[in-house]
Design a protein around this ligand. Structure first.
Ligand SMILES: [Zn+2]
Length: 329
């Protein structure tokens, strides 16, 4: 709760107005894109105003700003140092957690002096193996009311998690999680969906989540119909080098409208793994280069465009504006 008070008071009226303008611009762009892809569904109608993004007044933006919109700094041995090193080279991030316990450990470390928003997570792997059990879900629901950032949450129906029991446990947990997000304020939600994009979309639509919040599919791997449906629902997509390895991933990255695209690394991959700033930059740079090539777009313009969308979703006004306002998709 003390985090909530300090971050809210850090946002001045001037920056709040700027946030509102940026958010409004992105939502207008998002609605236009949604209208172009949807059939009968209504456009998202939220005005996203993040409450808890901790910004550093000392952060310097010496070059292009890149935003990693799905990473796991909590896995790094020193998450705060990793975040500071990233900020030093112009990287901001939406860092996901896999459990409420990890969130409560990591969020205070990022509360001051970093450019990382920390998501409250309950990863489907941890739900499936029982390490995020009913007590942890209760804690998740308590914490959800005090943050605008949720992730990583979702469903994974692959391999050992493909049984009826696991599917039922995960689905019930995600229903509770989505219900807990509905405290009246829009949130940014990073979603994991493996062999389960259709079911995740069923739940998002049934709960009204897609309408009330900004949803990001991380490393989208659903069907082409799922992609069309998620676009019509107003969802965003974070794309990293690993998604671009597969032909289908590259085709999806080519098809997703620019104003729904974000970058991700999903790194570090496991607990104890480091993420040096130069490696972080290289991973994001690889994703940028791959997407620029697929879309036949100038890489710098692409970086600026993705940064503008990311900044609006995260609630920082520090991203540069596109140089050429009239360049086309
Ligand atoms: Zn992840």
């Amino acid at each position: 709760m003390s985090m909530m008070a300090s971050s809210t008071s850090a946002i001045t009226p001037t920056t709040s107005l700027t946030f509102a303008r940026i958010c409004q611009r992105v939502l207008i762009l998002g609605r236009a894109a949604a209208r172009s892809t949807r059939t009968a569904r209504a456009a998202p109608s939220v005005t996203f105003r993040p409450r808890h993004f901790h910004r550093s007044s000392a952060m310097l933006i010496p070059m292009e700003t890149w935003y990693d919109m799905h990473c796991h700094l909590g896995f790094a041995p020193d998450p705060a140092a990793t975040a500071r090193a990233g900020a030093h080279v112009g990287i901001g991030a939406f860092s996901c957690t896999v459990s409420p316990e990890e969130y409560e450990r990591i969020a205070p470390l990022m509360a001051d002096g970093t450019t990382v928003a920390v998501g409250l997570g309950a990863h489907p792997w941890q739900i499936a193996d029982g390490s995020v059990g009913s007590d942890a879900l209760v804690r998740f629901c308590e914490l959800a009311a005090a943050t605008a950032f949720i992730g990583e949450v979702g469903l994974d129906f692959a391999g050992p998690r493909d049984g009826n029991e696991s599917r039922a446990v995960q689905t019930a947990a995600l229903q509770r999680i989505l219900a807990a997000c509905d405290d009246g304020a829009p949130k940014l939600i990073s979603l994991h969906a493996v062999n389960a994009a259709g079911t995740v979309l069923d739940l998002l639509e049934a709960a009204g989540t897609a309408r009330r919040h900004c949803c990001i599919f991380h490393w989208f791997s659903g069907t082409s119909d799922d992609l069309t449906r998620a676009l019509a629902d107003g969802c965003y997509f974070s794309v990293g080098p690993r998604m671009l390895v597969s032909r289908r991933g590259r085709e999806y990255a080519r098809q997703i409208p620019l104003d729904r695209l974000l970058l991700e690394t999903d790194m570090p991959s496991r607990a104890g793994e480091t993420l040096p700033a130069n490696v972080w930059q290289a991973e994001l740079g690889n994703a940028l280069s791959g997407i620029a090539q697929l879309k036949a777009i100038d890489r710098t313009l692409l970086a600026e465009r993705l940064a503008t969308t990311s900044a609006a979703l995260l609630g920082t006004e520090q991203a540069p504006l596109p140089r050429a306002r009239n360049f086309r998709l």
